[in-house]
Design a protein around this ligand. Structure first.
Ligand code: KIV
Length: 263
């Protein structure tokens, strides 16, 4: 997949879409060699790469650095970059400056959280020729308003709000929408009512695709493992084991060998 049009085509053909996060060149290179469809340079970089407790610490500058590293190595994959906290909520001019920083860093599309109160910004970005991915449900930039990482849309009012927001984003011209931490039945209902594809995370199997944080999938970030994460390998164990074998080899003068040395 190398364009947002493939998202639309995949939904029309009933093909599921796979997305993972990446924040740096080496992991983007590995994703580029895989069959995964697209890369999200998520503002989760603030947590995964920089150790912050939430995504609120991500800035446009930080996202631009991660986006350009990923874009340089992501040959042939669609690269979507997150607009960080408040960057698109300070008016259209500031939002467009942030979009410019991410697109000139190599993003082909941007993602932003929520819709209420910034419809004009979404319209402006789409109208300027930059594809926008929406994001509703548990939008981590609003974590303090939610009072924690909580499933959204569990009651009737919440479900109605999410349905309305998803349709608003489609009407504003988004090419896709992330549904995060939403009951599976509601996510499926939202998905079947939209023309554009939904990408779920903690939203069950009824969405058009899934997104996972790469470090969760590889099992290399085990600080917090939500229910929706599937660890495909125990990366933390594998990598620690490699370090311990290296350490033992150094201590026992088993590393380096003559063939690993210069004459
Ligand atoms: O920042 C991120 O990684 C995200 C995904 C979890 C959707 O927004």
């Amino acid at each position: 997949m190398n364009s947002v049009h493939d998202f639309t085509r995949f939904k029309a053909e009933g093909r599921k879409i796979s997305v993972v996060t990446a924040y740096d060149a080496w992991s983007a290179r590995l994703v580029a060699r895989s069959h995964v469809d697209a890369i999200l340079v998520g503002d989760s970089a603030a947590m995964v790469m920089h150790g912050h407790p939430t995504t609120l610490a991500a800035t446009v500058g930080l996202m631009a650095v991660h986006t350009s590293a990923v874009a340089r190595a992501a040959a042939g994959k669609l690269v979507i970059a997150d607009l960080p906290f408040l960057s698109f909520r300070k008016g259209i001019a500031a939002a467009m400056t942030a979009v410019g920083a991410l697109v000139t860093s190599g993003a082909q599309a941007v993602k932003l959280e929520g819709v209420d109160g910034h419809e004009d910004v979404v319209r402006q970005i789409v109208g300027s020729g930059v594809p926008v991915m929406g994001h509703v449900g548990l939008t981590p930039q609003s974590i303090h308003q939610f009072g924690g990482f909580r499933v959204q849309g569990r009651n009737d009012a919440g479900a109605t709000t999410l349905l309305r927001q998803a349709h608003a984003l489609e009407d504003l011209g988004c090419f896709s929408i992330v549904l995060e931490c939403v009951p599976a039945e509601l996510a499926a209902r939202i998905t079947s009512g939209l023309q554009i594809p939904t990408i779920g995370i903690g939203a069950g199997s009824g969405t058009d695709g899934q997104v996972l944080v790469l470090h969760d999938l590889w099992g290399v970030d085990t600080t917090h493992t939500p229910r929706f994460v599937r660890r495909y390998i125990d990366g933390e164990c594998l990598l620690t084991d490699a370090l311990n074998r290296y350490n033992a080899d150094v201590k026992e003068a088993e590393f380096p060998r003559p063939e690993e040395s210069y004459s």
